[in-house]
Every structure is written in C-alpha cells, then in structure tokens.
Design a protein around this ligand. Structure first.
Ligand code: FAD
Length: 525
C-alpha cells in the first residue's frame, strides 16, 4: 500500500462524487482518478442541465448525454456507427434507453423504459432533485437509527437540501390544504401532506439553482483548492474491467473512447458507481460473479395523471393578488417548469405509497384551444404515486459471455414481472390518485400506470446486506470477499422502496466512504 493511496472511481454521478469528495477530505495525501464513459456536457463538471438558461445549449447538453441515442453527436462520443437508431421511442431527455433497438442494444422486453445517462455527472445532471428520506420498512435494517440519522444528514448537506422549497407559494399551500382535507385524517402524525424536500439553492429572484453532481463534488472542482489538486476526472473513458486476484483489486483497464487506446490505471482501491445495470455488468466482465449479482431488481412503479386546478376551490384559498404575484414571479424564470412541489410520504401500514404533486402553470402537453382548462389561470398539477416492488430473486439482469453491447461489454437481458402483491397496491394507489385528482380539480390526463422501468430508479442488483448468499456488498458496501473493492448506487438498496432513492444511496455511500477511508488510513499507519 502506498503512502499516497490512489483510488479509482468508476462513474461520475452523485455516488462516485460522494466517494471522491469524502475520501479526499479524509485522506490528505490520497489521489482520486474518476473515470467516466460519457462526455462533459456542461462548463462546470456535472452541473444540472436544468440550470442552463439557453434552450439550444440545454438541448445540446441533453442530447450529448444520450449515448447510443445521442443523434448527430454519436461519432464524437466514440460510439460505433452500427449502433444507429432512428425514429425510436426515446427515453427522457438526457437519458437513453437500454433496450434502444439498434445493434448492441440490451434486451428488456418486460422492462422497456429502462434508461441511463452517459455523461459527466451521470443522471445527476438530469434529475428532478427530489430527495425524500426513506421511512419505515424502506430503511436499511442493518444500520442503527442514530448512525442513520448522521449518514442521511450528511447526505442532505452534500446535496444542498431545501426542506421548504417553494413553501412561500400560496398556490402550493392551497394544494396542500385541499389534499389535507381529503387525506389528513387517514395519515399518521408526522407523515401527512407536506412540501417535498429538494436539492438546490434558492436564488434571490425566487428561482432555484438546481443541485447537480457538481454540488457534491464541491471543492474538488474549485480551481486552486487542495482537493482539486488531488482529483482527476477523465471524460470519455470507458472502464472495461477491474484487474484483481480474487481478493484485492489492483486497478482498472480503461479505453479512451476518442482514440480507442487501452491503458491500465493502478489503484489501491476501486469504487464502482456506474449505475444499477452497468456496475454489475463491469463486475461480470471482470469475472466477479457472486450468485446475487444482478438479482433482486426492483424499482417503484409509477401511476400518474395531470389535473387542472379547480378555480372555485383555489380562489377560496388564494386571492387574485396573490395569484398574480406568483405568476409574475414565475414568469421571470419560464425555463423551469416546476413551481411548487408537495407530497404525501410513505407510511405503514395504512399508506405504503409515496405521492408527489408538482404544480406548473402549463400542462406537460398542449391542450386543444377549446379544452375547458386551456385558458385556466390556476394552472395544473402533475401527480404521481410511487408503488413498491417486493424484491424477488427471479427479477434481475443476466449477462452474456457471447453477445456484446454497443460498447463491446457483456450484453444483458432484464427479467422482470409484477406479482399479485404489486398489482393490488398499484390498484389501491390508482384509487387514491383519483381521490386526489377529484379533491384538486378535473383530470386532463386520467391516472395511468407507466411502463416498467419508467421510474429511472433501479435498485437491488448489487444489494448491500449481512448475508453473502443474498447480497453482493457487505454493510460497508465492500464486495464480499474483497478488501478494497467497493460498490455504490441505487443498486445497493435492498428494500422495497416507493420513492426517489438518490438521498438513500448517497447516505449508504457516506458510510462506505468512511469505511474505506478508515481502512486506507489504517494500512498507511
Ligand atoms: P449515475 O448518475 O447513473 O452515474 C453513473 C455514471 O457511470 C454514468 O455517467 C455512466 O456514463 C457511467 N458509467 C457507466 N458505466 C461505465 C463504465 N464502464 N466506465 C466508466 N463510466 C461508466 N433521483 C432522485 O432521488 N430524485 C429525483 O428527483 C430524480 N429524478 C430523476 C430524473 C431524471 C430525468 C433522471 C434521469 C434521474 C432521476 N433520478 C432521481 C435518479 C438519480 O439521478 C440517480 O439516482 C443518481 O444519479 C444515481 O447516481 P449514480 O452516481 O449511482 O449513477
């Protein structure tokens, strides 16, 4: 072990960034080399593209993040010409489908909306920034409550949590009042209708600077800081495999996607945070194949709808002057569609779902001019219920030793099915969504279940746990049997979870990074 340990971090999303930052802060002589297959798409590495004011620049940054679906940018990203797909159903802007239908596409017939982002910052440059805490059985049972409180508070600080974003919005407050009248009596103390915590920094003009992966990297990307001098971020660098002897990782083999040259990056520890499908893919490609790898895939299913707010009910709670002031404030930042974010959190046993209710002045799709809600001044809410998927060994991803994906990595197939348990909770959540819609106004889009994979929150494929027969990583996120190979990301979440998982994954990464720093520090002493 070197006096100045080098840590290779695979993937530049929020989880890789958490490791990089905490390790450099804890170990004054350490170096971190972060390896990212995608390009840097913002001036500040990993910044949220939502902060880009110019719509043309924003669209460009999103398209360049879309890997095989990056249109005219594909060739400049080192993506082979064969992986060309035109006219396909595409994923959310900034992401690309895993089963995109071209040469080297993954197979995900039962999980068709599965998507990823390939850029510096990962999905953390495109995310919506909702950071609720997990509750009840969503939490990890092997971390004691007092330690968890410290981990999750540290994660919230890294992500710049705002618990009361838009709390001064009178329209947002009126939405909460109407929802509380409908559901309040059924919800336990502390788990009622409330504002949704988000990650970002409110600006003086009332807008938000949304947190991206840059927020987590913090001093590592501030020129002239000590940490920045020990941090190297390599874009367009695909990690092909981890070199190891079965118990210790020695480093990683990387390909520069511009030149297609391969080289070896020697490291004292390797952290893999390359998302819930491509992290297990890399382990598999490296011959690290514990039985639970890729299994127990979960997401939260999403039932959504759009509702036009009822003018009579809203005007009882919000004056005309207040509405005008809110619309004028919003008009200053028309590029940001979200104005107030409310929620009903998960609670057990009565409410095992998470509802999120986003207010916007315009609907997410054009309404015909003669639609009764088309000229409504009160605006709309886009609402969804997240419904849990219970972990089962049958659901997961398998990798091929024969077929490769568009990047020449082992191709994969996702196997996934809903069971009666989930169907029942989806039906219950849909009924609640109907009630919520009726309480707020009139549906302009009826409740509907999104296709599997739509959540973008894929969990379980490298679960952390205390039993190596059902988990890939130990309680400190170390791959079982390895001294210095750590994994991170939503894939580690072993529970049935109904909500946005990034905060939880950052908290798990804080624990993993502290454990790794301790071990690297002890070895040096
Ligand atoms: P990612 O952010 O996915 O980063 C992984 C990176 O690894 C990618 O950049 C990828 O290119 C790179 N990589 C993969 N393979 C390799 C390899 N072999 N070599 C080198 N690099 C590799 N979560 C929430 O909690 N709240 C939200 O409101 C929310 N909204 C979202 C909205 C959208 C539109 C999207 C796309 C995601 C959203 N998410 C949200 C999910 C959130 O962004 C992810 O949970 C988070 O980014 C995961 O972080 P990560 O670091 O584990 O992985």
């Amino acid at each position: 072990m070197s006096e100045t340990p080098t840590i290779a971090v695979v993937g530049s999303g929020p989880i890789g960034a958490t490791y990089a930052r905490l390790l450099l802060e804890a170990l004054p002589a350490a170096r971190v080399i972060m390896l990212e297959a995608g390009p840097q798409v913002t001036d500040r590495p990993g910044e949220s593209v939502r902060n880009i004011a110019d719509p043309v620049e924003k669209a460009r940054a999103r398209e360049r993040s879309q890997g095989p679906q990056a249109g005219e940018f594909r060739a400049s990203l080192g993506i082979p010409a064969g992986a060309v797909v035109e006219g396909m159903f595409t994923a959310r802007q900034g992401t690309h489908l895993l089963d995109f239908g071209g040469e080297g596409s993954a197979h995900a017939g039962n999980f068709p909306a599965a998507a990823a982002a390939s850029n510096v910052g990962g999905q953390g440059s495109h995310w919506t920034c909702a950071i609720p805490r997990p509750a009840f059985s969503e939490k990890l049972d092997f971390i004691a409550d007092d330690e968890w409180e410290d981990l999750i508070s540290t994660a919230e600080a890294l992500l710049h949590k705002q618990s009361a974003a838009f709390s001064d919005s009178p329209v947002g407050a009126a939405i909460r009042t109407l929802l509380d009248r409908e559901f309040g009596a059924e919800l336990p103390e502390g788990y009622g209708v409330s504002t949704l915590p988000v990650a970002g920094d409110p600006q003086n003009d009332g807008s938000m600077r949304w947190a991206g992966t840059d927020t987590v990297l913090g001093p590592l990307i501030e020129p002239g800081t000590d940490a920045a001098g020990r941090f190297e971020l390599r874009e367009l660098t695909l990690v092909r495999r981890i070199e190891h002897d079965g118990a210790r990782a020695r480093g990683v083999v990387v390909e520069d996607l511009r030149t297609h040259e391969e080289s070896f990056v020697e490291a004292d520890a390797v952290v893999v945070a390359a998302d819930a499908f491509r992290s297990p893919q890399l382990l598999w490609a490296s011959g690290i194949r514990p039985a639970p790898l890729g299994r127990y895939l979960t997401e939260h299913h999403v039932v959504i709808s759009t509702v036009a707010l009822d003018a009579d009910r809203m005007s009882e709670l919000v004056s005309d002057e207040e509405l005008e002031a809110e619309l004028a404030r919003r008009a200053k930042n028309p590029a940001d569609p979200v104005a107030a974010v409310n929620r009903i959190p998960f609670s057990e046993p009565e409410h095992p779902y998470s509802a999120q209710v986003m207010y916007a002045e315009s609907p997410p799709f054009p309404l015909p001019a003669d639609h009764p809600a088309a000229s409504s001044r009160w605006g709309f809410v886009n609402m969804g219920y997240g419904v849990r998927k219970f972990p089962r060994i049958e659901d997961g991803v398998t990798f091929s030793d024969v077929e490769v994906d568009y990047r020449g990595m082992p191709n994969f197939t996702i196997e996934y099915d809903l069971t009666e348990r989930e169907e029942k909770e989806i039906a219950e959540a849909t009924e609640r969504l109907r009630r919520a819609g009726r309480a707020l106004g009139t549906f302009v889009a009826e409740p509907r279940l999104l296709p599997n994979g739509s959540s973008l929150h894929y969990m379980g494929t490298m679960r952390a746990g205390t039993d190596p027969s059902t988990s890939v990583a130990d309680p400190f996120s170390r791959v079982w049997g390895f001294e210095n190979l750590v994994v991170g990301g939503n894939a580690l979440i072993p529970t049935a979870n109904t909500m946005n998982p990034t905060l939880t994954s950052v908290a798990i990464a804080v624990r993993g990074a502290r454990g790794l720093a301790r071990r690297l520090g002890d070895v040096r002493r």
